[in-house]
Design a protein around this ligand. Structure first.
Ligand SMILES: Cc1ncc(COP(=O)(O)O)c(C=O)c1O
Length: 333
């Protein structure tokens, strides 16, 4: 199993701080609470059925012709490689490590691409996998560029797979409306923008033939009745979506400014987190953790990913911890 953010129980043990005492900035999930509907008893009692309005709400929210709900986009990440046997795969890295893990488990050896050499490499691969906006760097490739790559791959029977788990705050960056055509697969998640990581709900958007293959692999009843109910409401709740989008952009700017003010200017970021490569990333991570502030350390890249505090108390705690960082940690030699 790969390591991920959000392992608060582990941090509580390592740093001997009770769970309730932590400010968890390690995940990149929205730190606010979505207004959840009451869950009808039937959602618990009956086997879930697909004509309950979830798919329709998703088609409208994503502006996509075909949608397949999955138990978190992670379920699709794990299942997709089996549908592309013996294909040459390229993966833009660094990115969410589960992609490489899944392709390697399926017997493929994805070529690692930085993103800048795709134009030259595209003819040497059949499937290009990428995360847009990227996690953990926040880098965004414009849709027009991706659509061009898709055309080139699809003209040879290839495929572009775009993990858009973090695109909801900036819907104009999404390829969702183009997914009815062959050779384009988009993955979406209700875990990040909607802050519903525990519901385990995501969507695959692609041509129907591809979704049928995937549905067949995943089997029946993959989404629980309560998750379907909550997901349908969240996808249809445009007023909350608009308020959250605005709030996230404001908070993301505030986080970038705060980090910059204390000598940790982010290299990049998106609405849900900032990306800070730093020579002392490990020491910074430890120093903040000792004060009950959990960030996500990428030790091989010597970088931190820091998510949004969800309350004024959280902001004040972060600011006071940043203000207390010693010059030796901030500027080693
Ligand atoms: C880029 C990216 N894609 C997909 C996932 C999986 O999310 P979920 O299964 O909750 O939809 C994650 C989780 O962190 C992620 O960071």
């Amino acid at each position: 199993m790969l390591d991920h953010g959000g392992r608060l129980r582990q941090a509580a043990i390592t740093y001997n701080i009770p769970i309730a005492g932590w400010l968890d900035l390690s995940t990149g999930l929205a730190p606010y609470s979505w207004p959840l509907p009451a869950i009808p008893a039937q959602a618990w009692q009956r086997l879930p059925e697909s004509d309950d309005g979830l798919e329709q709400a998703a088609r409208e929210y994503y502006q996509a012709e075909n949608v397949l709900p999955v138990a978190g986009s992670q379920a699709a990440i794990q299942a997709l490689p089996a549908l592309f046997p013996r294909r040459r795969v390229g993966l833009i890295e660094p990115c969410y490590a589960e992609h490489r893990h899944a392709w390697e488990r399926a017997g493929s050896a994805p070529v690692s691409l930085s993103g800048d050499e795709i134009e030259d490499m595209l003819d040497a691969i059949d499937v290009l996998v990428m995360v847009n906006p990227n996690n953990p760097t926040g880098r965004v490739f414009p849709p027009a560029v991706l659509l061009d790559w898709h055309l080139r791959l699809a003209s040879r029977g290839g495929c572009l797979i775009v993990d858009e788990a973090f695109v909801d705050p900036t819907p104009a960056h999404s390829l969702a409306p183009y997914t009815g055509t062959p050779g384009l697969i988009v993955l979406r998640s209700l875990g990040k923008f909607f802050g519903l990581g525990g519901a385990r709900l995501g969507f695959v958007l692609a041509e129907q033939r591809m979704l049928d293959l995937l549905a067949d692999t995943l089997g029946p009843w993959t989404i629980s009745g309560p998750a379907r109910h909550v997901g349908r409401h969240a996808l249809a709740d445009q007023p909350t979506q608009q308020i959250w989008r605005k709030r996230m952009h404001t908070d993301s700017q505030r986080l970038a400014s705060l980090l910059t003010a204390y000598g940790l200017a982010p290299q990049s970021g998106c609405a849900l987190f900032q990306w800070i490569p730093h020579a002392s990333a490990t020491a910074l991570h430890r120093t903040l953790a000792e004060q009950g502030i959990l960030t996500r350390l990428f030790d091989q890249l010597s970088a931190l990913r820091i998510g949004l505090p969800g309350s004024e108390t959280g902001w004040a705690r972060l600011e006071s911890a940043l203000a207390g960082l010693s010059p030796e940690v901030l500027c080693p030699h």
